[in-house]
Design a protein around this ligand. Structure first.
Ligand code: ATP
Length: 300
């Protein structure tokens, strides 16, 4: 047995048939490696955070059957604990971006088996003011894209929805002035989007930055200065060959940093891991290798 005590959190609002099927396909593999396994249904938004905060320290592992929103809640419950359990994702949302970074199969049954054979790795966590993020924090176009996603469209189009939503947003955003203080340096400019990245995928799109690593204590920072449609399409469709170091040109700025402060002239809504509830100004720190997560080696 790999774990003495673990809990599996799932969305209690899912339909009964779906739930029977999904739980039935992942519990056998998980239960075979856990002495005492608690199945807990989330009853409301943010419940996963509360459960993780209250019970996380007694657990050796926490399994999240859900999407990026539920994973984000769990990370916010676990990150402030002294004794932090291992986090394993059973991808059951629309985008499941961080599960992709962990190379977890998108099929729940395969995911449960692969997790039990997977590696425990240490992953950086972003701390923004008093909250945490795992995948990304951003302002501008990304926030508009997340807010504009039509739930019906998300269901029908799945991974395309971010892209369609971003295009819908495209003409609606003017560049905003900002001040970015990063690792002691200051950058003042205007942009349509600032992204602080930890993971490898956003909206199921693999990000084209060669330096992204989830355990190096560094964020990848992308400042998109103008909303040229061609540029935005390139970012999403990976047609651009990204250089291996810092870049700065008329369209965008790319660099890495451990900590930063983002200030904007007017208060702006911020998107963390696809959830829009934070605002600027933001003090962001990379907590190096703060969280233990289950990751699947590429060969599995
Ligand atoms: N019982 C419940 N009733 C209503 N909402 C719930 C309940 N339990 C959890 N939730 C909320 O449902 C949402 C589920 O989102 P989740 O991220 O898991 O899936 P998704 O949005 O499809 O995935 P992704 O973010 O990967 O696209 C979360 O925001 C969570 O707070």
């Amino acid at each position: 047995m790999k774990y003495k005590k673990a809990m599996l959190l799932y969305n209690g609002a899912a339909g009964q048939n779906d739930l029977d099927k999904t739980l039935g396909s992942c519990i056998p593999a998980i239960a075979s490696e856990v002495e005492e396994l608690f199945l807990i249904a989330t009853q409301k938004p943010d419940h996963a955070k509360e459960i993780c905060r209250e019970r996380g320290e007694e657990m050796d592992a926490v399994f999240i059957l859900g999407g990026d929103g539920t994973v984000h809640e769990a990370v916010n419950g676990i990150a402030s604990l002294d004794r932090r359990p291992v986090l394993g994702i059973l991808p059951n949302g629309t985008c499941n971006d961080f599960s992709r970074t962990m190379n977890i199969p998108q099929d729940i049954k395969k995911a449960s088996q692969a997790l039990m054979e997977g590696d425990i790795i240490e992953v950086d966590v972003g701390k923004v003011n008093d909250s945490y993020f795992l995948n990304f924090w951003g302002i501008g176009l990304i926030t508009e894209a997340s807010s504009n996603i039509d739930p019906d469209q998300k269901k029908r189009f799945g991974k395309l929805s971010y892209f369609l939503s971003a295009l819908k947003t495209f003409n609606e955003i003017d560049p905003f002035p900002f001040k970015l203080t990063y690792d002691g340096k200051i950058l003042e400019d205007s942009a349509v989007m600032i992204l602080i990245i930890n993971g490898n995928y956003i909206g199921t799109n693999a990000l084209p930055f060669p330096n992204i690593q989830t355990n190096d204590g560094l964020f990848d920072i992308v400042v998109v200065k103008n909303s040229s449609l061609a540029l935005f399409k390139e970012i999403l469709s990976l047609k651009r060959a990204w250089p291996d170091g810092e870049i700065e040109n008329s369209e965008l700025i790319y660099m890495q940093a451990r900590s930063l402060k983002v200030e904007t002239e007017k208060t702006m809504k911020a998107d963390s891991d696809g959830e829009v509830y934070l605002e600027t100004p933001a003090e962001i720190v990379n907590l190096k290798q703060h969280l233990k997560m289950l990751s699947v080696p590429l060969s599995v």
